[in-house]
Design a protein around this ligand. Structure first.
Ligand SMILES: [Zn+2]
Length: 290
């Protein structure tokens, strides 16, 4: 009893002197940002696409096969974030000749992830070839800019002429999940680190409020531009994308991407087959950006 008392008194005395029991515990380390692995995954090709619809001012006779891609961000702890979700609905196969198509939910398997293991889908913009497969990942959280969502999904007054390329089935899916606030995540504007290690940016103006991402990786910050930058050629010629709400804003966004990315080669455009040439590994329609 006496020994117990003295131990207690010693503790009181120590705390009175400002010395706590974990005095010798290691000092807290600065928080380390999670590092993601970034993969571009091919899910098809549209042959003979006019380059002038991608690069403002390009020669009207030029054509190229454009790449259809989704991007997978593999993080620690089983977090698998899919940036854009492609498309799969039948109507588009009547409208376009599409080669080498793989349903996006199958395409992710090439990077070693099952569709039910996708935890998040980031919709960069509402076009059919980027938002069309979101319902293939029915349990994932869906991240979209609030202004993009308002303009294309909930605002009946936004001009119909600006809504070409928007699939009513995608709109219906987003309306359906909107009641579940844990599933639908609206991003409120520019430069928001909504997920640790991943910053959401606006200003590319491909659509009303299209977004792109800066992703922390072991190789530095990778920019997943999606259609805010169609091709490497846009960057190299300093030419805005041909389809934008605001060409000057698009060029500013391209300049900004060069500052955000740790190296310009880590900027990934939205439809350039060259991505799989510059990053040939691991192959089979999967490119690891590093
Ligand atoms: Zn687009």
């Amino acid at each position: 009893m006496i020994r117990k008392m003295s131990a207690l008194m010693l503790l009181f005395a120590l705390s009175a002197m400002g010395i706590s029991a974990d005095q010798n515990a290691p000092a807290p380390q600065p928080e380390v940002k999670p590092a993601y692995q970034v993969f571009a995954i091919s899910y098809g090709v549209i042959p003979d696409f006019p380059v002038a619809q991608l690069v403002a001012g390009a020669d009207k006779s030029r054509k190229m096969d454009i790449q259809l891609m989704v991007w997978l961000l593999k993080g620690p702890g089983g977090r698998n974030i899919l940036v854009d979700s492609g498309f799969y609905r039948e109507k588009y196969f009547k409208q376009y000749k599409i080669k080498d198509f793989i349903k996006p939910s199958e395409a992710v398997r090439k990077a070693g992830v099952k569709p039910q293991e996708i935890t998040d889908v980031v919709i960069t913009h509402m076009h059919w070839d980027h938002a069309g497969g979101a319902d293939l990942f029915p349990t994932a959280k869906v991240w979209i800019q609030k202004d993009e969502y308002k303009y294309y999904v909930t605002d009946p007054d936004s001009p119909a002429k600006n809504k070409s390329g928007i699939d009513p089935d995608d709109v219906a899916w987003l309306v359906k999940i909107a009641g579940n606030r844990k599933q639908l995540k609206l991003v409120d504007g520019d430069a928001k680190e909504m997920i640790r290690g991943i910053v959401f940016y606006t200003g590319g103006r491909h659509t009303y409020a299209s977004q792109y991402l800066g992703v922390n990786t072991k190789a530095g910050t990778v920019v997943v531009a999606s259609d805010n930058l169609y091709l490497y050629e846009n960057l190299e010629k300093h030419a805005p994308i041909a389809s934008t709400f605001d060409a000057a804003s698009n060029l500013n966004a391209q300049d900004r991407m060069k500052k955000i990315a740790s190296n310009p080669r880590l900027i990934v455009p939205g439809h350039d087959p060259e991505v799989f040439v510059r990053f040939p590994k691991p192959g089979n329609g999967v490119a690891k950006i590093e």
